[in-house]
Design a binder for this molecule. Structure first.
Ligand code: ADP
Ligand code: MG
Length: 456
């Protein structure tokens, strides 16, 4: 990545956090970094109107973002595409810090909006969030390492940043190191000289600056450790780093898309290190939590949205929080196009038309029930009837779980479909949720049926 792109990525993350997604995408998201000249970042705008608007933000949002990023860039100059054509960029001229210092190693790169205050706690994440808070309040003392796992877009990265942001707010001298596992692997590879790359890595062969950087951390957070799978030398480097930090009572926080035991191609000794502290999971939020998250996001972005609209989005989009946020931005974007101050349900329906068609509308309760019957080879009349035979009862409970999971329908609607009461449906959902965690076979069956439904 060239320097101007790298710097822009850094600065723009602060701009993004300071304004609504729609405005950001409309103006700043359209800028393309060209070069850096005399420590000024030169950006190209596709339209004069974009340049004018961005210039209007220069003394406020842009200046703040440059400051927060701690960059050596002093200003951002926006030129139009027309001007860019006649522009003869020289070699990029900038003066970053001459040699890498410890400050560079621990440069603050956490997303300032990923805080505990902005994280909505519900059944799906309350244990993870309490554990994360405890770790943030007492790093290195209580749960070391803290291992958080769960599906994509459910808030793992948000929690890791929240821990870092919290610790930083209490003690600015704490060296917080947040990396994705890909970054860890890349830095590790860069740190090896060609001759070392070929040889087996022993602790004392680790490059000094790599080793110092990681061992000087007070808090080390590695996101998405599943990507370390099969990368044996990097795992070895992590193993040594881990032991060192752990012995020195430095906090380690890890995230992954699955439980440490299910991390295939990760050395056993590392897997067991991952589990020697506290392992917690995050699951899909219920419809109520999805509404609460949407409410929070709307508040943060200063969107005015009625509860009806929030429920409409939450009931139709159940896959993960990231998609939920995307849907909210799209609704807001449509409202801003129509110059509506408060988003209404018709605009929301229009905005999410394609989305809903693709993700859920084509899937109905009947589809889910039929797929479950086909899978277990039982009759539809039995599953919706009153039979209590073990195999039928289990299939019914799985269908209930899937309807709630995929469609996010309220339990009362599911109950009336099956002619059961609300508590029976809730019991079924909770039972299958917990079986999915404890029983590999059930988990595999549920995933198979899900795949069947989604393929249709
Ligand atoms: P993951 O790392 O698990 O893939 P992220 O942490 O990147 O997921 O979360 C995706 C998006 O969803 C982020 O914008 C995050 O702020 C948001 N998010 C996830 N869970 C919550 C929550 N409980 N409250 C508020 N925002 C959330
Ligand atoms: Mg993540």
């Amino acid at each position: 990545m060239n320097e101007s792109v790298k710097i822009w990525k850094d600065i723009s993350s602060y701009i993004e956090a300071a304004m609504s997604t729609v405005s950001y995408e409309m103006w700043f998201g359209k800028l393309v970094p060209l070069t850096i000249e005399n420590n000024k970042l030169i950006m190209v705008a596709p339209l004069v109107s974009v340049k004018k608007t961005v210039d209007g933000f220069k003394n406020t949002v842009v200046r703040d973002a440059i400051e927060k990023s701690g960059s050596y860039v002093t200003d951002i100059i926006v030129i139009t595409e027309e001007e860019a054509k006649n522009y003869k960029p020289e070699k990029e001229t900038f003066q970053p810090a001459e040699t890498k210092t410890e400050e560079d190693d621990f440069k603050y790169i956490l997303n300032p909006s990923y805080t505990f205050d902005n994280f909505v706690v519900g059944d799906c994440n309350n244990i993870a969030s309490s554990a994360a808070k405890a770790v943030a309040e007492n790093p290195g003392v209580l749960y070391n390492p803290l291992f958080i796992y769960g599906g994509v877009g459910l808030g793992k990265t948000h929690i890791l940043h929240a821990i870092g942001n919290y610790i930083h707010s209490v003690d600015k001298t704490k060296k917080i190191l947040y990396v994705t596992s890909e970054q860890f692997v890349n830095e590790f590879i860069d740190s090896l000289s060609p001759s070392r790359q070929a040889s087996k890595i022993s602790d004392n062969k680790l490059n000094k600056s790599f080793r110092e950087k990681y061992r000087n951390a007070d808090v080390l957070m590695i996101d998405d450790v599943q990507f370390l799978s099969s990368k044996m030398s990097s795992q070895e480097a992590l193993f040594h780093t881990f032991n060192d930090l752990y012995q020195n009572k430095k906090q380690i926080v890890l995230s992954s898309d699955r439980h440490p035991k299910e991390l295939t191609f990760i050395e056993e000794r590392l897997q067991s290190r991952f589990q020697c502290g506290l392992t917690v999971d995050i699951t899909n939020p219920s419809v109520e939590t999805r509404v609460a998250i949407l409410k929070k996001k709307a508040e943060l972005k200063k969107f005015s949205v009625s509860n009806d609209v929030l429920f409409f989005i939450a009931e139709n989009i159940s896959s993960n929080v990231r998609e939920l946020e995307g849907a909210l931005s799209k609704v807001f974007f449509f409202c801003s196009l129509e110059k509506k101050e408060v988003c209404d349900i018709d605009t929301a329906r229009e905005a999410l038309k394609d989305y809903i068609n693709v993700s859920t509308h084509v899937i109905s309760i009947d589809n889910i029930v039929d797929a479950t019957c086909t899978y277990y080879n039982i009759k539809r009349a039995d599953i919706v009837g009153k039979k209590k035979m073990k195999n039928i009862a289990l299939a019914r409970q799985i269908a209930i779980y899937l309807i709630n999971d995929i469609l996010g329908l309220p339990l009362t609607s599911i109950a009336s479909y099956f002619g059961k009461d609300h508590t029976t449906v809730m019991y079924a959902r909770d039972k299958i949720t917990s079986l999915c965690k404890s029983d590999k076979l059930i988990q595999a069956q549920v995933n198979d049926i899900k795949a069947m439904i989604q393929k249709k």
